[in-house]
Unconditional design. Structure first.
Length: 256
């Protein structure tokens, strides 16, 4: 039976110090105001204004016509995370044969699951501290996870107050699957060239659900272009994978 993986991705708090357990963390103490979303700038040779990125594709800070900073792409190699197996959670109460040889899940395998997953659960925090969780469709493109929402929806209001979020996907099975959690800062995307890339990624992934006139999400590309829907980019800060293969469990952490 093929193993399955679940991923969880969350955002690092903008007012927190770099992770002590993530050697070589790119985060500096310089905090920029990314429109309503505070972000940490990564350490680039030319200073914090040179760009920012948690992982994967670099996203240079631009500005919209109102002077608010927005995500714009820059070229560069995708950053690879450090991979760590947590043995405390990598076995069941009654370990199955083979559990003593469990290994960490490779990030490349996690990315394949992120590319294929059709539904993600995005978790945000209301201004009063209450959690908000809702399903979304999303596309993994060049090391960044993209999702969208209406400007007036609760998650958009939450992210305007605080950009930290987590996107979760996986399988509802005890015996197989890989569950993934991706944590990061949700940054609004307004750059026309990047929006076209995101639209193409959505259409390639969801096919007739978007491209067919009868599709549930037909017209979503035009909504992105008009600004009727807010597109967010989440570059992973930390990700977790919980694998299950016929009773053999694994817990992998990726730090960027």
């Amino acid at each position: 039976m093929a193993p399955s993986v679940a991923l969880v991705l969350d955002a690092a708090p903008h007012d927190a110090a770099p992770h002590d357990d993530a050697p070589g963390s790119p985060f500096t103490d310089a905090v920029g105001d990314y429109g309503p979303l505070p972000v940490r700038w990564s350490r680039y040779p030319n200073g914090p204004d040179d760009g920012f990125c948690a992982t994967g594709r670099s996203l240079r800070g631009g500005s919209d016509r109102n002077g608010r900073k927005t995500a714009m792409p820059t070229q560069g190699p995708a950053r690879q995370p450090t991979t760590e197996l947590d043995p405390r959670y990598s076995s069941a109460l009654n370990p199955r044969p083979g559990s003593e040889d469990v290994t960490a899940t490779e990030w490349s395998e996690a990315q394949r699951h992120l590319e294929a997953a059709e539904i993600f659960w995005v978790s945000t925090v209301r201004p009063d501290g209450r959690l908000h969780v809702t399903p979304v469709i999303a596309a993994w493109h060049n090391g960044v996870l993209y999702f969208s929402t209406g400007a007036g929806e609760q998650k958009a209001r939450n992210l305007a107050h605080r950009g930290r979020c987590a996107l979760t996907t996986g399988r509802n099975s005890l015996s197989e699957g890989l569950d993934l959690v991706v944590e990061g800062e949700a940054v609004p995307v307004t750059d026309p060239a990047l929006l076209e890339e995101v639209i193409a990624a959505y259409e390639a992934k969801y096919g007739p659900h978007i491209t067919s006139p009868e599709g549930t999400f037909h017209g979503i590309g035009d909504a992105f272009r008009r600004g009727d829907a807010v597109v967010f980019a989440v570059a992973p800060a930390t990700a977790y994978g919980f694998g299950r293969n016929d009773g053999v469990y694994s817990h992998t952490r990726w730090a960027f």
